[in-house]
Design a protein around this ligand. Structure first.
Ligand SMILES: NC(N)=O
Length: 682
């Protein structure tokens, strides 16, 4: 049954959420079994579970970054701002949320230099500054995960309900359920492999919508027709604050305000979110910078192309008999894109939208689940409850915490749904409460002079300043009325975002310059280091005895045997980065490369491209719009190549290894199991 207003039947909603959810769970269980049998990596090791043995290559990490950073909001909110502000909305969404990932490349290099074997960023804070700082930043870390997860669930469930009439409560809980199953079974590596498959399908569907709107649709079909329709919409319904009320300009006052809010809020949800640190942790030290730069550049194409396609199509199709009339609440819930997809392609478009949303939400959900599981396991359970926890206890706790947070996600989404907070509201609000921790976290990991009390004061003071500025501005601009509607305006959110990140950054930096620490990162380098790892010492003893036995053969392969009897490479056996894999000179060079390239790209994306168009009041003509869309399409193809084809190429040795193992098993049953002879690569 479907309600009369929905494009698809309710069964389609359950079919996608339960059917595809469980299909991917089964698919990932299969991949995990293949990984265990044919490669050296076993998810039964806690290091492999949470950190993928710190061995993942840049293409797969880039796909993981794209996937974790592609939220429901990336598709829905970007299209909502295109619908509200025109061409500037997709630009400010894409550029305003890419620069943080690019800048994070610097933190990734510093992480490898200063704490290569940490499991979480909070371990670094705790080791450097002790319990008070650890607890305060634990609050910011978990608050980030809860807000991001709530947005995922709110966006995902709103779309499923809108398109199919599926019960929102059921959607809130069923969406994370299937994901939790494969995350528990496969850990970080399964999450990255699933990210890869999801991202591949995501690009296919985005390009499908793009070609429909700009090449084949009867309703639009070309950039020139899109231009005509947007020019007409600008006359009928001019956009306040845009040059000549046009949708075809970057000169949009509200678009720019959204851009500033977007930049600030997304600093918080990258720098404070363990999911991005975890991808740096899982990365090979030598290529983590490349992964973040590639991932950031590839990701930008997603909101930019998608919102320039479906967000603008929603405007262009206003008045079309197939196009749903959108209320302000619908726009805040991010529904212009699903409405446009359904108007353009009917049930097929709605179904493609549903699958797209579902894949985006589930892969970002998997990133959040494993991120929170790592924080709760290493920063709560191991740090405060059971410091002597052994391997089995840590792994068990990691599994329980995935399941626990899946439940919390559902509940959080439900609570926000019932109190009437939409995904769009949360998206612009996130920087108000999370922004103050951004600079303190960044300088804790990168700057020896960062002062503990300065960073604590900055984070707490910025948090208070953000809330006060937001509430005072809401009250001042709305005659003393403070509620969900009045507090969600652009100026209200802008004030809160600016105060939060500004006070946090200024207090922590000035205090650190006033009373600089002279911190020696050796103690953070020692976190979980091989030399301090009891299991490693045990294995070294085994290896030494093996070496003695085999010392007559100079070319003999070194075998280290785990307690389960599997032959493993030493690094894979305990999953930590060995000193010989860390080249401080190369990492310093990578850091410098990350620093100048990310800063140059930030200046280009936030200043050089948009501001001249903004100040010149440029309104795109047909040729200009066609060129703009063509560049976006080329960018999207290059991005798809980077995160779909490149990971296959770089993993060709591992894929061949798996293929050979499967063939051996097929022809001589039981002979294909991985034995430690080959270079391990995945
Ligand atoms: N990940 C974002 N901000 O779409």
């Amino acid at each position: 049954m479907s309600s009369p207003a929905t494009v698809l039947p309710q069964g389609a909603g359950y079919g996608v959420v339960v059917g595809i959810g469980f299909f991917f769970a089964a698919f990932m269980l299969g991949l995990t079994a293949i990984q265990s049998r044919y490669t050296p990596f076993k998810p039964s090791s806690s290091e492999e579970f949470s950190s993928a043995s710190r061995s993942v290559k840049p293409g797969l990490i880039a796909a993981g970054i794209v996937s974790a950073w592609t939220w429901a909001a990336t598709l829905l909110q970007s299209s909502a701002v295109a619908y509200r502000y025109g061409l500037s909305g997709p630009w400010w969404y894409g550029a305003g949320a890419t620069v943080q990932v690019l800048l994070f490349a610097q933190l990734a290099a510093k992480l490898k230099l200063n704490a290569p074997n940490a499991h979480t960023w909070l371990e670094i804070v705790g080791t450097r500054w002790g319990q008070t700082a650890h607890l305060i930043f634990l609050f910011f870390g978990l608050a980030t995960n809860i807000i991001v997860s709530s947005m995922l669930i709110l966006g995902g469930s709103a779309t499923v309900t809108d398109l199919t009439g599926m019960n929102t409560i059921a959607a809130c809980f069923l969406i994370p359920l299937g994901v939790a199953i494969y995350v528990v079974a496969g850990g970080m590596r399964a999450t990255l492999l699933c990210d890869y498959t999801h991202t591949t399908v995501l690009y296919i569907i985005i390009l499908l919508f793009c070609f429909t709107v700009y090449a084949t649709s009867d309703k639009i079909g070309s950039p020139a027709k899109m231009h005509d329709l947007l020019a007409r919409a600008s006359e009928v319904n001019p956009v306040p604050g845009n040059a000549h009320g046009s949708y075809l300009t970057i000169r949009s006052k509200d678009g720019l305000i959204f851009g500033v809010i977007n930049v600030i809020g997304n600093f918080a949800t990258v720098f404070n979110d363990q999911a991005y640190w975890q991808r740096a942790i899982a990365s090979k030290p030598s290529s983590c910078v490349k992964a973040y730069l590639l991932g950031g550049l590839a990701w930008m194409s997603i909101p930019l192309m998608f919102a320039t396609t479906l967000g603008l199509a929603a405007v262009a199709l206003t008045g079309d008999p197939d196009m749903k009339v959108l209320s302000p609440a619908d726009v805040s819930a991010g529904l212009p894109a699903p409405a446009a997809a359904a108007a353009l392609l009917g049930k097929g478009g709605a179904a493609a939208m549903l699958v797209l949303l579902f894949l985006a939400v589930t892969s970002a959900t998997s990133a959040e689940l494993i991120a929170v599981s790592s924080i709760l396991t290493y920063d709560v359970y191991k740090r405060y409850i059971n410091p002597q926890a052994n391997e089995a206890q840590i792994l068990r706790m990691s599994h329980y915490m995935v399941a626990f947070f899946a439940l919390v996600m559902g509940l959080a989404g439900l609570i926000f749904f019932y109190i009437g907070v939409s995904m769009g509201w949360l998206y612009t609000f996130m920087g108000v409460i999370l922004g103050s921790a951004v600079v303190p976290i960044a300088i804790c990991v990168t700057w020896k002079k960062a002062n503990k009390w300065g960073c604590i004061a900055g984070a707490v003071g910025g948090f208070a300043a953000g809330i006060i500025a937001w509430l005072v501005t809401t009250s001042t601009l709305n005659g003393g009325v403070i509620n969900v509607d009045t507090s969600g305006g652009n100026f209200e959110m802008l004030a809160g975002n600016l105060a939060s990140i500004g006070v946090g950054g200024i207090v922590s930096c000035l205090w650190s310059l006033w009373k600089p620490e002279d911190f020696n990162f050796d103690i953070t380098r020692a976190i979980n280091a091989p030399s301090t790892h009891p299991e490693y010492e045990h294995k070294m003893t085994e290896e030494e005895s093996n070496e003695k036995e085999k010392s007559s053969d100079a070319d003999v392969e070194i075998k280290r045997t785990t307690s389960q009897g599997d032959s493993l490479h030493p690094e894979a056996a305990i999953g930590v980065t060995l000193d010989e894999d860390l080249d401080p000179v190369a990492l310093e060079k990578a850091f410098r490369f990350a620093a100048w390239s990310s800063v140059i790209l930030m200046i280009v994306f936030l200043i050089v491209i948009p501001l001249p168009l903004f100040f010149a009041h440029t309104i795109f003509g047909k040729k200009g719009l066609t060129a703009w869309i063509t560049i976006e399409m080329i960018w999207t193809f290059l991005a798809a190549f980077t995160v779909v084809i490149y990971p296959l190429y770089e993993s060709r040795v591992a894929l061949t290894l798996v293929g050979k193992g499967i063939i051996k098993d097929l022809f001589t049953k039981g002979s294909g199991k991985y034995e430690e002879k080959e270079e391990h690569a995945a």
